[in-house]
Design a protein around this ligand. Structure first.
Ligand code: FMN
Length: 188
């Protein structure tokens, strides 16, 4: 099973490295594609609407803009894990990724339809900060827009792989344990 793992952190090392190391212990079971936003820049959407015709963003793929590469990896993966630290709200590069995703899915008219390439994708979303596991609802609420056919603004309703009501208590506030437990739920 191919899993695209997106780390929202803007730094290499730290907690995201600890989580990645723990996940790599299962590299014989899963085919991981680790994507670090620290290594990836994503420009903001200019609302040119060109993607309405092609389904792809026309901003050139460069080392300063890896949107299409990341999005293609998400589309072709069997599962997507988004693991993000709290940066006041959501890290800006992850926010830019979501902004661009909105356009390439909405403008061509595939959002909220069966043609959405992310629809029914196995997806897990985690949020953490220096004090441990954080509420993942804000990121899930945004991501619902990309995967729900009946998107709503007030609460998240997509069946995410991780849906623990009180993960702080269950995993002793250990984000790595929460990620690994969710990963193992995909074990064949
Ligand atoms: C720009 C920035 C903003 C942050 N804002 C918050 C915050 O509002 N609340 C919080 O609890 N932690 C905040 N943090 C702390 C990070 O969430 C925390 O250090 C996290 O473990 C970093 O993950 P990493 O080690 O994988 O980079 C912030 C960190 C940075 C760099």
């Amino acid at each position: 099973m191919k899993i695209a793992v997106i780390f929202g952190s803007h730094r290499i090392g730290g907690k995201n490295a600890e989580i990645e190391t723990a996940m790599r212990q299962y590299a014989n079971v899963f085919d991981f594609d680790f994507i670090h936003m620290a290594d990836n820049k994503v420009e903001s959407c200019t609302s040119c609407h060109c993607c309405a015709k092609t389904g792809r963003c026309v901003l050139p793929q460069t080392k300063d803009d890896t949107f299409q590469e990341i999005f293609d990896k998400m589309v072709t993966a069997d599962a997507v894990f988004i693991i993000s630290p709290v940066y006041a709200s959501i890290p800006s590069r992850l926010t830019a990724l979501f902004e661009r995703m909105t356009s390439v899915l909405f403008d061509p008219g595939v959002m909220n339809t069966d043609h959405n390439p992310l629809l029914n994708k196995k997806t897990a979303i985690f949020s953490y900060c220096s004090s441990g596991i954080c509420d993942d609802a804000p990121i899930k609420l945004i991501f619902d827009k990309f995967v729900m056919k009946n998107y709503r603004f007030d609460r998240t309703t997509y069946p995410y792989l991780n849906h623990e009501q009180n993960p702080k208590a269950r995993y002793d506030n250990n984000i790595t344990a929460y990620v690994i437990d969710t990963l193992l739920s995909l074990q064949p």
